[in-house]
Design a protein around this ligand. Structure first.
Ligand SMILES: *Cc1c(COP(=O)(O)O)cnc(C)c1O
Length: 393
């Protein structure tokens, strides 16, 4: 059905959905590697791009296509490119947009591997990068070179919760003809729509909020217009970081409850953040919903809510933080986020351990920083769990 004029919650249920010849209520899993052509001319037309018939699942598949259409619709984009994982989305963008001699300016606190793969693998192929604190747009301007081909942001950033003024960076970049990509994993399109703020490319680890149930890894890229789409899609298809139809089916299922899951987790997170901020054993808390967050006003302006990720440091640093992490029972000591369960982890020794300590510190990822991903449990239970663990310090 036509979903363009529907509200966000209705789009979550209906975007991308199609009903097969049996009238199925949900999009079936087209578990097939290849598709037969009606005749030789039809096959040739599919390969020539004159017919949008399916050819081979690495290139496209109805179940995967339904998910691409759904997320693209939610982001107000042109088209989606589904990938096997969030890193499949990140590297498809890098492969599509960069090359030998190209340069990228990026925010210094992003998902650890998004930075690490650039500074190792892509460097090996001759692409350069400069990592700056993009929460001050001036730093982005200062880092732009003649060969800068992409500006790469993550906001709120992982794990510092730093917020970049998307419109300010887009203006600087577009004045110089440079495209901007935003990793929107922490917000999902429910809380932030980077393409509406002028961004050219948005990507997701759908492993997190979009799927929301901690049972698969998956990724997505959405471009604002046709520009950049075919480069990135071509990269995804040829490096083989495509999604699997069964994976697409599960994400389509998880996606439908995105808004109600986020509303609940966010309401819980606000209470947990207030609890932590008032606790005498806590040194600092970073949560965009707290007035103490340095970009509180900016978060209110460019996001529809502060989300459910919190970073903080216990007084006594890493040693005290470890006691907390070793003594929680309800919260799982695990990386990832955006699922229904509360998770706690330590970025300096886990998700960001491959980033050299000096670079981590420049990006404010201190050794004592603990990251909480709040779930949809009863908030009283989440707080009681943290409270009894803090009492052990
Ligand atoms: C998890 C994550 C990724 C990588 O996604 P995978 O699905 O684990 O490959 C990228 N960006 C952010 C912000 C993430 O949280």
């Amino acid at each position: 059905m036509e979903t363009k004029n529907l509200g966000f919650n209705s789009k979550l249920i209906h975007s991308g959905q199609f009903h097969d010849e049996f009238g199925s209520a949900t999009v079936p899993i087209y578990q097939t590697s290849t598709f037969s052509f009606r005749n030789a001319d039809h096959g040739a037309a599919c390969f020539a791009g004159e017919d949008d018939g399916f050819i081979y699942t690495r290139l496209g598949n109805p179940t995967i296509g339904a998910l691409e259409d759904a997320v693209s619709d939610l982001e107000n984009g042109y088209k989606g490119i589904a990938t096997a994982s969030g890193m499949g989305a990140v590297t498809s963008v890098y492969f599509g947009m960069l090359g030998a001699g190209a340069h990228m300016v990026a925010h210094n606190a992003v998902y650890g591997p998004s930075r690490m793969v650039m500074e190792t693998l892509f460097k090996k192929f001759g692409a350069e990068s400069t990592w700056v604190d993009a929460t001050d747009a001036q730093n982005v301007i200062d880092a732009i070179q003649d060969n800068t081909k992409l500006i790469y942001l993550e906001t709120p950033a992982n794990p510092t919760m730093g917020i970049t003024d998307i419109e300010a960076v887009v203006k600087i970049a577009h004045d110089k003809g440079i495209p901007v990509c935003v990793d929107n994993t922490f917000s999902s399109p429910y809380l932030q729509k980077p393409l509406d703020l002028g961004v050219d490319i948005v990507l997701h680890s759908m492993t997190k909020f979009i799927n929301g149930h901690a049972d698969i890894v998956a990724g997505m890229v959405v471009t604002k217009t046709e520009k950049y789409y075919s480069e990135i899609r071509g990269a995804m298809m040829n490096i083989g970081s495509n999604m699997d139809p069964h994976q697409a089916y599960l994400v389509l299922r998880g996606l439908k409850t995105l808004a109600i899951r986020i509303e609940r987790a966010q309401a819980n997170a606000m209470k947990v953040a207030n609890y932590l901020e008032a606790h005498p054993k806590i040194e600092w808390v970073k949560y965009p919903g707290l007035k103490s967050h340095p970009q509180y006003e900016l978060a209110k302006k460019q996001m529809n809510g502060p989300g459910s990720m919190i970073s903080f440091e216990v007084k006594g640093g890493l040693k005290a933080g470890k006691i907390l992490m070793d003594n929680v029972h309800l919260a799982l000591l695990a990386v990832s986020l955006g699922g229904v369960e509360t998770l706690i982890q330590h970025p300096a020794s886990m998700t960001h351990s491959k980033i050299p300590k000096a670079d981590r510190e420049k990006a404010h990822i201190t050794d004592g920083l603990v990251r909480l991903a709040i779930g949809i449990e009863d908030v009283e239970d989440i707080i009681a769990d943290i409270d009894q663990a803090l009492a052990k310090i």
